[in-house]
Design a protein around this ligand. Structure first.
Ligand code: SF4
Ligand code: SF4
Length: 403
């Protein structure tokens, strides 16, 4: 059996194997074969498999901020051969399924690296997806025995935690960043070049609504207990429903609701008009007594607005979410390029998801759109000459040395 159409997995538990819906086991070969267990990737077609996986897909979308580990492994697509590209992603089930779907019809290898079952962006930022993860999957998959080249394609959104030069130094494999959007991977593999569009994140209405659902699920699960403990079980559906309305409203109105920070936007957009409405109804119905009933609604509104306002930026790819940014509008990252240290390699521009940089005529880079910076730190981590500095960190260091 050729390498094509196989999926090679690492040792796994039976339960994990059953949990994976994208591949089917198809044992081959001897145990000393590098392909310890080969599996054929088979996309699920037909209506019934889709219906059967629907609850899982809905659950993972609503509670997507939770980890969903799938087993680390190597997946082979199509007629992959010794020259086929090798892509890497984290073992977050939702991502693996989406990448697998995007790779249908291509000839390549996909390494699913161990990263605590977290998505690429968060896993790299939190150092769960690191060079050790890559070393681990390179060794256990034995991909080096299957290809002639030594080149990995990493997801661009891991640039906030994985330094390309460090990957090469420690693994012996060179690495490049692929597109931001999974949907662009086939085109990228075909053309072998990243267009400007492939490097930047989008935040379409569909993506915003998906994030609204995810934020709502996470907040409802974690915080409904508090109003229930204070006001009783009867308020739970109202609180959960209110969170849903606010999550959708802030997602759709994130660019237009007035306010410098999302805490202010939530205050202006939900708390103030909501409180006015409650007090108005209270005056009309109860003669202005502001009874316990009205107070409970105001307090629940305050809690809901606060939660939505403080959580929303971390569900978006466009805004910084540090506390100073959330409450006062001061970015925790204020970057500057030391011109004489810049060698014009463009790497910062290539990893920036929101187009903050522009090249100058003398082949240096300038920080042309600082207001767009969403603080991912990818440019800081990748710059080979440390030409980019964070002025906020420098200022903190200066102040702490003075004290
Ligand atoms: S990554 Fe650093 S050296 Fe390269 S262009 Fe950007 S600032 Fe200059
Ligand atoms: S400029 Fe800001 S958004 Fe762009 S890579 Fe650097 S930290 Fe990230």
């Amino acid at each position: 059996m050729s390498l094509a159409a196989r999926e090679i997995t690492l040792p796994q538990t039976e339960r994990q194997a059953r949990a994976d819906e994208t591949v089917r086991a198809e044992p081959t070969g001897r145990r000393d074969d590098p392909l310890l267990r080969a599996e054929r990737y088979r996309p699920r077609t037909g209506l019934w498999p889709r219906i059967r996986s629907l609850p899982k897909r809905i659950f993972q979308t609503v509670f997507r901020s939770a980890p969903y580990p799938t087993r680390p492994r190597l997946i082979v697509f199509g007629n992959a051969d010794r020259r086929s590209p090798v892509l890497v992603t984290t073992n977050y089930d939702l991502t693996v399924r989406r990448v697998c779907r995007a790779l249908e019809g291509t000839d390549c290898y996909l390494l699913v690296a161990p990263a605590s079952g977290i998505d690429v962006w968060c896993a790299a930022g939190g150092q769960r997806f690191n060079i050790d993860s890559i070393i681990s999957i390179l060794k256990t998959s034995r991909i080096a025995e299957m290809v002639d080249h030594r080149r990995l394609i990493l997801p661009q959104l891991c640039a906030n935690g994985l330094n390309l030069f460090e990957v090469r130094r420690r693994t012996g494999w060179s690495a490049v960043f692929g597109p931001v959007d999974i949907a662009d991977i086939p085109e990228y593999l075909h053309s072998r070049r990243r267009t400007e569009k492939m490097m930047r994140v989008t935040f379409t209405v569909r993506e915003r609504l998906e994030m609204a659902v995810a934020m709502w699920g996470s907040l409802a699960l974690r915080y409904t207990l508090f109003p229930v403990l204070v006001f009783g079980l009867a308020v739970a559906p109202w609180f959960i429903g209110g969170l849903a309305v606010m999550a959708v409203a802030i997602s759709l109105g994130c660019f237009v609701i007035p306010g410098k920070t999302f805490v202010q936007k939530a205050g202006v957009g939900f708390f103030l008009p909501g409180t006015a409405l409650i007090l108005g109804a209270d005056g009309w119905l109860l003669g202005g007594g502001l009874g316990l009933f009205s107070l409970q609604w105001v307090l629940m509104l305050l809690l809901g607005s606060y939660l939505v306002g403080t959580s929303y930026p971390s569900y978006t790819p466009l805004w910084q979410c540090g506390y100073s940014t959330l409450f006062y509008g001061f970015p925790h990252l204020k970057l500057e390029i030391i011109e004489e240290d810049c060698i014009g390699c463009n790497l910062c521009d290539h990893v920036c998801p929101v187009e903050c940089f522009s090249p100058t005529e003398n082949k240096k880079m300038i920080f042309s759109n600082p207001d767009l910076c969403e603080g991912c730190q990818a440019c800081l981590i990748q710059c080979p000459t440390d030409a980019i500095i964070n002025q906020v960190a420098d200022e903190h260091q200066r102040l702490s040395q003075c004290q």
